[in-house]
Design a protein around this ligand. Structure first.
Ligand code: UDP
Length: 242
């Protein structure tokens, strides 16, 4: 697959055309950002780890019947995916209170939610990704009711699949963010699934193995991502030095 013209650069990835208009190449960068890009750094190898981790998650989900944009891994940092018309709604799924939910609702971090929580945010950095609901989504024509039904069903199913999968690797799936897009009349899971977009806690120690280590200046960010990869590739659990 020939890497074509550069199309777009996001905070953590670059997108390139290919010779097939229905496919694009995602290149994972080492850039780390938080708080709408206010906090920035380069973390050596993060892009390589996130490409590998996302590939593992997408392959697992595809094998379980979830439709994703994933085609194949091309290189250390590159993934071939179906070109999506991205729906500008971030879908957040939460099993345990953390981050903005804890802050907003005063629920202490670590509180197990009695049932799964789904939230939506408008994908707009300039507006700081404000939380929205179905009324906004329909009134702003971001997605149709039929599309939202599919998206929510897929998000809940993905959670149902990932929680036990990660539990088997000694990881608690606290929360995560998904993005969906349109391709050939279908709704596909897009973007990435990685420690940049999920919260993973070690099952026994509760240690954070995700981007919160960067957001909260805890150190050992790349080491934590590497540990998640080691576990997904079949290794046992081990701590991370911070
Ligand atoms: N998340 C993300 N991108 C965003 C906002 C959130 O990937 O723009 C992920 C985040 O990593 C976490 C989950 O979605 O796994 C819930 O994030 P939260 O709303 O708590 O955001 P915070 O403000 O703490 O980043």
């Amino acid at each position: 697959m020939k890497k074509g013209e550069f199309m777009y650069e996001g905070k953590a990835k670059k997108i390139f055309k290919t010779d097939d208009p229905s496919l694009v190449i995602v290149e994972f960068k080492d850039d780390a950002t938080a708080f709408d890009g206010v906090k920035k750094d380069k973390l050596a190898d993060k892009g390589i780890l996130n490409n590998r981790l996302s590939s593992i998650f997408f392959e697992y989900l595809e094998n379980q019947g979830i439709e994703t944009h994933y085609e194949k891994t091309l290189s250390e940092r590159e993934m071939l995916v179906k070109a999506l018309n991205i729906i500008p709604v971030e879908v957040i799924v939460r099993n345990i209170a953390a981050g903005s939910l804890s802050k907003r609702l005063g629920i202490p971090e670590g509180t197990v939610m009695k049932s799964t929580v789904i939230e939506f945010s408008l994908k707009d950095d300039a507006l700081h990704d404000p939380m929205i609901n179905h009324y906004h989504i329909y009134a702003m024509e971001l997605a149709t009711a039929a599309e939202m039904e599919q998206i929510e069903k897929a998000a809940l199913r993905i959670n149902e699949l990932l929680v036990p999968y990660l539990k088997g690797k000694g990881l608690v799936l606290v929360d995560f963010k998904l993005e969906f897009g349109r391709h050939d009349g279908m709704i596909l899971l897009g973007d990435e699934i990685s420690p940049d977009t999920c919260r993973f806690w070690d099952s026994s120690s509760g240690e954070k193995l995700d981007k919160d280590r960067f957001r909260r200046d805890m150190g050992g960010v790349v080491e934590a991502y590497r540990e998640v990869l080691r576990r997904l590739e079949g290794g046992g659990s081990a701590g991370v030095e911070s």
